[in-house]
Design a protein around this ligand. Structure first.
Ligand SMILES: [Zn+2]
Length: 253
């Protein structure tokens, strides 16, 4: 048990370093590893130790050594979500192929959610890569359910596309982003279509609670400010998948 926890914390920490690079570098098409990540305030390169998972931000007293402004806590949230997700999957799954495909799902959701939160875009390369890995995995390990999951992906993405289309037609403004249909399709490829309604319900509720609270704290208008929806879809899809798969609880409306 202890060895599993140590191994999964180490894997989660290492992967989180890569995911942080993807989150900050992919939207601008920059190289992942060079140059070092800059301070978001003064744009000067941060020392290497600020990238150490979990403790990096505290090694620099939570301030940029150049401009002394406070460093963002976001890399720490990426570290934590990546490590907790890895520990949960490694402890609860007892099959290596399931561990691998669950980790692909978690890591893809983390990158998609943080990039959408920061830049209001869905990173297509992450969505396509995750879908390709899942399809190959299904064809290899669960070929009997391949068609079911492909149908679920298409039903979910199609339903979201039409909801967005009708909303835009009636309200004359965009409600769902262009990439949200792709994200719910990706989630459907893991969960199956049966539980997607619960995933969307959790996404909507968490969006209202978390997103609404953030807007109130930042004193921004609830009516006119557009919120990224993919982070909440990732929360909804991830929770439904793991409650169903790891806790063995059936979730259907
Ligand atoms: Zn700085």
């Amino acid at each position: 048990m202890l060895i599993h926890i140590i191994a999964s914390v180490t894997i989660g920490s290492m992967v989180s370093i890569i995911l942080i690079r993807c989150i900050y570098r992919m939207p601008d098409d920059q190289q992942l590893w060079t140059p070092p990540l800059p301070c978001l305030s003064c744009n000067k390169a941060l020392p290497w130790f600020t990238s150490v998972p979990l403790i990096g931000i505290f090694l620099s007293s939570r301030r940029c050594p150049v401009c002394q402004r406070a460093l963002s806590f976001q890399p720490l949230w990426v570290n934590l979500s990546c490590i907790l997700g890895t520990v949960m999957v490694v402890l609860l799954r007892h099959n290596l192929s399931l561990v691998v495909i669950d980790l692909v799902f978690i890591y893809a959701l983390i990158v998609i959610a943080f990039i959408d939160y920061n830049c209001m875009i869905i990173e297509p390369r992450v969505v396509i890569l995750a879908i390709a890995v899942r399809l190959i995995w299904l064809a290899w390990f669960q070929s009997h359910s391949l068609l079911h999951y492909i149908s679920s992906m298409l039903i979910a993405a199609g339903a979201f596309y039409f909801i967005g289309f009708f909303y835009e037609t009636l309200r004359r403004r965009q409600g769902l982003g262009d990439g949200d249909a792709a994200v719910i399709g990706l989630i459907g490829l893991w969960t199956g279509w049966e539980t997607l309604s619960i995933a969307v319900l959790i996404a909507a509720l968490s969006g209202i609670l978390i997103g609404g609270s953030l807007l109130v704290l930042q004193k921004r208008s609830l009516a006119t400010t557009r919120l990224p929806f993919a982070p909440f879809l990732c929360i909804g899809g991830g929770s439904v998948y793991f409650v169903q798969e790891l806790a063995g609880i059936s979730l259907t409306l």
